[in-house]
Design a protein around this ligand. Structure first.
Ligand SMILES: Nc1nc2c(ncn2[C@@H]2O[C@H](COP(=O)(O)OP(=O)(O)OP(=O)(O)O)[C@@H](O)[C@H]2O)c(=O)[nH]1
Ligand SMILES: [Mg+2]
Length: 486
C-alpha cells in the first residue's frame, strides 16, 4: 500500500516536472554588433538591472511586480567562456570606467522567476550570448567562391576613401602572378598588407564597417595560421587555378577559413539563437562622415540578410522555428539630447528599411530603438547670447580634446554634439557631401562630435538598491522577452 502511494507520488512529480519544463521555456538571446558597438555594456546593464531591480517602467513584467527574482545560474555550454558580469560591474560601478573590450564569444545564464498573467509561478531561462558582429559578416562567405570574394573585395577597395588606404597593398598585389608557383612569403606579405588595410579602414576617422574576413582583425589564437594567411588576388579567369599556383594556395586557404572559422560558428552558435539584438554605433559612423555611414548601411544589410538566408536554405528548414524577433538598437543615445533620440531611431530605420522589409516578409518581427544601456550624461540648457541651447553634461575621459580644450577626466563639461536632422535622408546625399566628418575635415570642422564620457555616479532606486541609469533599455527588454513573461 505504502509502495503504491510512493509510486503515485513519484509519477505525479515526474508529470509535474514534465509540465514545468513545458511551462518554463528557455530563450537563447544573441547580442551582437561590430567591435565597440556596446555589447558588453548592454549585457552588463541588462543583467544588473534585472538582478538588482532597476527602474524599468516599460518592461511590464518587472514594473507590475510579477518578477519575483532574477538570478544567475551556471551556463549550459562548457566550452564557451562565461560572460564576466561581476568584473564588468566592478569596472562600471567602482572604477567608473567602461569594461575592457572583449573580442570573443561569451555566455551567461539568467533565470527569471515570475508570476504569469493568470497567476501561476513560472520560470524563464534566458541564455545570453555575446558574439562579435564581425563573425556574422563572415556568413555570406559560405556562399561565395574564392574568386567571387576576391573580385568583390578588390572592387570595394578601389572606392574612396578605401582606395587611399589600400595603396601599399595594391602596389604589392601588382607584383604577384596568380598563376605563378605557390609562395609562402608572398602569401604572408599579401595577408599582412591586406590586414593593415582593413585595420586602417576601421580606424575611428574612417569607421568603416564592412571588413570581412572578420578574424583578420581579431585573430586570437588563430594568428599566423594558414587559414588566416591569404588575401584577394587580381584574377582574370574564374578557375580552376593551375595546380600548385599561388592562386590555388589562396583558394585552398580561403576554403580552410570557411571550414575552420565560419562553419563552426554557424553550427555551434548562430543556428541555435532564438532572438537577436543587433547593436549599432551609428554615432561613430557620423563622427567619421557620410562614407562611413553608407558603409554601415551596407554592413547592416548583410547582417540582416544573414537572418533571412538563415530561413530560406535547406539548413534553416531543419532548424525552424528559429529567430523570430530581431531588435536593431542604436547605442550610446545618451550622447544626444533627448530631443534627438527619435531622430537617431529614424536614422537607423532609414539605414535598414529595405533589409527589414525582407525579414518581415519571412515572418520575423523587427523593431528599431535608440538606447543607452548606461546613461552617462545629464541634460541642461545653456544660454548663448539670446539663444537657449539644449546641451548634455558629462565627464569626458582624460585626454579627450574639443575646441582646443584637453579634458582631465574629472571635470563635468557642457557639450553640443550637433543636431541630428529631422529628415534622415539629409544624411544620405549621393555625392558624399551631406555632412562633414573626421574623414575629410579636422575635428573642429566636423558637423558631429561625440566625445567618450565616463560612466555616471550611481543612482539609488526607491528601495535603496543602486541602479544604473539608462535610456530605453526597458523598451528593448519588453520587445526581446516581454511576450514570454505573460
Ligand atoms: N555613454 C555611453 N557610452 C557607451 C554605452 N555603451 C557603450 N559605450 C561606450 O562604448 C564603448 C564600447 O562598449 P562595449 O560594451 O565594450 O562594446 P563591445 O561591443 O562589447 O566592444 P568589443 O568587446 O570591443 O567588441 C565603451 O567603452 C563606452 O565608451 C552607453 O550606454 N553610454
Ligand atoms: Mg565586448
Amino acid at each position: 500500500m505504502i509502495e503504491l502511494i510512493e509510486q503515485i507520488r513519484l509519477a505525479a512529480r515526474a508529470f509535474a516536472e514534465f509540465g514545468a519544463h513545458l511551462f518554463d521555456p528557455t530563450i537563447r538571446l544573441g547580442v551582437t554588433g561590430l567591435s565597440n558597438a556596446g555589447k558588453t555594456v548592454f549585457i552588463t546593464a541588462l543583467v544588473h538591472g534585472l538582478t538588482r531591480g532597476g527602474r524599468f517602467p516599460l518592461f511590464e513584467a518587472l514594473a507590475t511586480g510579477r518578477i519575483a527574482r532574477a538570478s544567475l545560474a551556471p551556463q549550459p555550454d562548457d566550452a564557451v567562456p562565461r560572460f564576466d558580469h561581476e568584473g564588468h560591474v566592478r569596472a562600471l560601478v567602482e572604477r567608473r570606467d567602461w569594461p575592457a573590450s572583449t573580442r570573443q564569444i561569451s555566455e551567461l545564464r539568467l533565470v527569471i522567476a515570475f508570476q504569469s498573467l493568470n497567476g501561476h509561478q513560472r520560470k524563464l531561462t534566458l541564455d545570453i550570448v555575446d558574439y562579435p558582429g564581425e563573425w556574422l559578416l563572415d556568413l555570406p562567405l559560405l556562399g561565395k567562391s574564392y574568386e567571387t570574394w576576391a573580385a568583390e573585395s578588390l572592387a570595394l577597395s578601389r572606392q574612396e576613401p578605401r582606395a587611399g588606404l589600400a595603396k601599399e597593398w595594391h602596389a604589392h598585389l601588382a607584383t604577384l602572378d596568380p598563376a605563378g608557383a605557390e609562395d609562402e612569403q608572398a602569401a604572408v606579405i599579401a595577408a599582412r598588407l591586406f590586414t593593415d588595410y582593413l585595420k586602417a579602414c576601421r580606424d575611428k576617422s574612417y569607421a568603416m564597417s564592412l571588413l570581412p574576413p572578420g578574424r583578420f582583425l581579431m585573430p586570437g589564437e588563430m594568428a599566423n595560421s594558414p587559414a588566416l594567411t591569404f588575401a584577394p588576388l587580381v584574377l582574370t579567369g574564374v578557375g580552376p587555378p593551375p595546380p600548385n599556383s599561388l592562386w590555388a594556395m589562396m583558394r585552398r586557404r580561403y576554403e580552410a577559413y570557411k571550414d575552420v572559422v565560419v562553419r563552426p560558428f554557424f553550427r555551434d552558435h548562430f543556428a541555435r539563437l532564438d532572438r537577436q539584438i543587433v547593436l549599432v554605433d551609428a554615432l561613430a559612423a557620423m563622427n567619421a562622415g557620410p562614407d562611413a555611414l553608407r558603409d554601415l548601411e551596407l554592413a547592416l544589410g548583410q547582417v540582416l540578410d544573414c537572418f533571412n538566408t538563415g530561413r530560406n536554405t535547406l539548413v534553416s528548414a531543419l532548424l525552424y522555428p528559429r529567430i523570430d524577433r530581431i531588435l536593431l538598437a542604436a547605442t550610446k543615445a545618451d550622447h544626444l539630447h533627448h530631443t534627438s533620440h527619435d531622430r537617431l531611431e529614424a536614422i537607423l530605420k532609414r539605414m535598414t528599411e529595405r533589409a527589414t522589409a525582407k525579414a518581415e516578409i519571412a515572418g520575423t518581427k523587427i523593431d528599431v530603438v535608440a538606447l543607452a544601456a548606461v546613461r552617462a550624461t545629464r541634460e541642461a540648457t545653456v544660454r548663448v547670447g539670446r539663444e537657449q541651447l539644449p546641451c548634455i553634461l558629462g565627464v569626458p575621459f582624460a585626454g579627450e580634446v574639443m575646441g582646443g580644450d584637453t579634458f582631465d577626466g574629472e571635470t563635468e563639461v557642457a557639450m553640443f554634439p550637433g543636431d541630428l536632422p529631422d529628415n534622415p535622408d539629409d544624411l544620405f546625399g549621393s555625392d558624399g557631401s551631406a555632412f562633414r566628418g573626421l574623414t575629410s575635415v579636422s575635428p573642429q570642422g566636423a558637423d558631429f562630435r561625440f566625445l567618450r564620457v565616463r560612466p555616471p555616479r550611481l543612482e539609488t532606486t526607491e528601495t535603496g538598491v543602486p541602479a544604473l541609469p539608462h535610456i530605453r533599455l526597458d523598451r528593448a527588454l519588453q520587445f526581446l522577452i516581454g511576450d514570454r513573461l505573460q
